[in-house]
Design a protein around this ligand. Structure first.
Ligand code: BES
Ligand code: ZN
Ligand code: ZN
Length: 503
């Protein structure tokens, strides 16, 4: 699909569909929308006056033009109440409209900045949001579909034109398209990785993909195999991987632009358990297949690193992704086992299904050896986070107010919701073991927080934020710009964080 800018007006477009946004309660058509209404003999305002279309949030009504104008149809798109209008609500509406455009087999679609200026968004942000809405809204994971029965004959949207009437807007419009496209590519990379099954994305395959992506984008990539990880002394990571016949992989990416704004690296760490069966503490079989996405944190930070490089952002980044499977076998770790982490701290494994924090404990300590400016980790870490926040918001926990508030800002700007949970010292008690320095489970209470308290022990004094994406990494149903399956959680958030990063 091509998304292009054009100096033109809606009424001049010979598109299969024109999108016209309408704010609820402000249904008097104006500007380009009014011009089209006149050419359609007032049909749009009739439909509005009849109450059939009220501009309610995400309401979509198709109006066929029967050649009164060059475009085949107009789609009236409800922007909802002004008080609830945000960049994200517009992105959602565009995503829904894009799905409708595809459903009616329209190949070309036009939207205009003049019409959508009523959203109050600046040109660059508006065009970025339109772009993300279309690209992400139309995403489908078809990689493993052979379509032998030819059932999937859907027409794809081929061209989206974003129109502006004022030439002076073109530069900002194009910049928005560029940023929106690159961010969407990153999200799609992460979605694809999360949707691929465990027999396709093994730890080695993830390493290959990361290394290819790095090569394409001027990022350096180092992969540590089992011997390398042993040398580093990552006893916790090794203890998770050893139940599987698939070899583990520790992936390290480094993006170092010519003149970085930071003297010490920003480090991203992502959990990549390419399949989490629970190990000897085996999970129930219901929904176990979804644990193929237990590498979504790793996928997100790999995608963010590639995106930063593609955008040429002036931030020095190191990305660390411990990748392995968590399986039961005669070689697997057993509840009660005690392992020594790279940091020297010992951990009693009381539940082999709490494997994410084990591999992260070593990856986080490894990160501190680079004397970083800050660390952000992303992980599908706890079922408790799904219970607390559902798939609406990512859980955010950390040890540094300043960093926490910058991530929150990036959340507000990118439309990826994050919600902070407390990190009071008292929560640490649950992670104490009778026989080792720590244990890897903290009981039923406050599971997301106790997991984060465990991780905190491995970051030292480094400013650190932990993002628990267990709930947000996967969507059971599609809506707006989301699709069923892996969501690409973390990519828009952290790319925004990097765009705004200034040392
Ligand atoms: N990968 C899971 C967490 C998860 C659960 C992600 C549901 C997405 C959806 C993690 O490894 C896990 O199994 N955590 C356990 C920890 C518990 C044993 C302390 C959990 O949350 O149940
Ligand atoms: Zn687990
Ligand atoms: Zn897991």
């Amino acid at each position: 699909m091509d998304i292009t800018s054009k100096k033109s007006v809606l009424s001049a477009q010979a598109s299969d569909a024109l999108l016209i946004g309408v704010v609820e309660g402000e249904t008097e058509l104006a500007g380009e929308a009014l011009e089209i209404d006149r050419k359609l003999s007032g049909k749009l305002s009739d439909i509005i006056a009849s109450g059939e279309f009220a501009g309610k949030q995400n309401q979509l009504t198709i109006v066929h033009t029967f050649e009164s104008i060059s475009a085949k149809r107009v789609i009236l798109a409800g922007l909802g109440k002004r008080s609830k209008l945000t960049a994200d609500s517009v992105r959602n509406l565009i995503g829904m409209a894009a799905k409708l455009v595809r459903k009616v087999s329209a190949r070309t679609c036009s939207v205009s900045l003049e019409n959508l200026s009523q959203t109050g968004l600046e040109v660059e942000e508006l065009s970025r949001v339109i772009c993300e809405g279309f690209i992400l809204g139309l995403y489908k994971f078809k990689f493993h579909k052979t379509n032998v029965d030819n059932k999937d004959q859907e027409v794809e949207v081929e061209e989206v034109s974003i129109l502006c009437s004022d030439e002076n807007q073109l530069a900002a419009l194009d910049q928005g398209i560029k940023v929106g496209t690159l961010i969407s590519m990153g999200v799609i990379t992460a979605r694809d990785l999360g949707n691929h099954p465990g027999n396709y994305i093994t730890p080695s395959k993830l390493g290959e993909i990361a290394s290819d992506m790095a090569k394409e984008n001027g990022v350096s990539c180092t992969i540590y195999d089992k011997a390398g990880v042993e040398k580093l002394g990552m006893g916790a990571f090794l203890s998770v991987a050893k139940g599987s016949d698939e070899p583990l992989n520790l992936i390290k990416l480094e993006y170092k632009p010519a003149k970085p704004v930071n003297s010490k690296p920003v480090i991203f760490v992502g959990k990549a358990v390419t399949f989490d069966s629970g190990g000897i503490s085996l999970k129930g079989s219901e929904d176990m297949h979804k644990m193929k996405d237990d590498m979504s944190g790793g996928a997100a930070v790999i995608a963010v690193t590639a995106t930063a490089a593609r955008m040429g952002l002036p931030v020095h980044i190191i990305t660390i992704v411990p990748a392995c499977e968590n399986l039961p076998s005669g070689k697997a770790s057993k509840p009660g086992d005690i392992v020594k982490t790279m940091s020297g701290k010992t951990v009693e494994i009381q539940n082999t299904d709490a494997e994410g924090r084990l591999i992260l404990s070593d990856a986080l300590h490894f990160a501190t050896t680079y004397a970083p400016e800050l660390i952000v980790d992303v992980a599908t870490l706890t079922g408790a986070c799904v219970v607390a926040l559902g798939s609406i918001s990512t859980g955010l926990l950390g040890n540094n107010e300043g960093l926490i508030s910058r991530i929150k800002d990036a959340g507000a700007k990118s439309g990826e919701r994050v919600w902070e949970l407390p990190m009071w010292d008292e929560y640490h008690e649950a992670m104490e073991s009778d026989v080792a320095d720590l244990r890897n489970v903290g009981g039923r209470k406050a599971g997301t927080i106790t997991a984060a308290k465990f991780l905190e022990d491995f970051v030292g004094e480094t400013p650190w934020v932990h993002l628990d994406i267990a709930g947000t990494s996967w969507n059971d149903k599609e809506s707006g710009y989301t699709a069923k399956g892996a969501s690409g959680a973390g990519v828009r958030l952290l790319t925004q964080f990097l765009i705004d990063y200034n040392g």
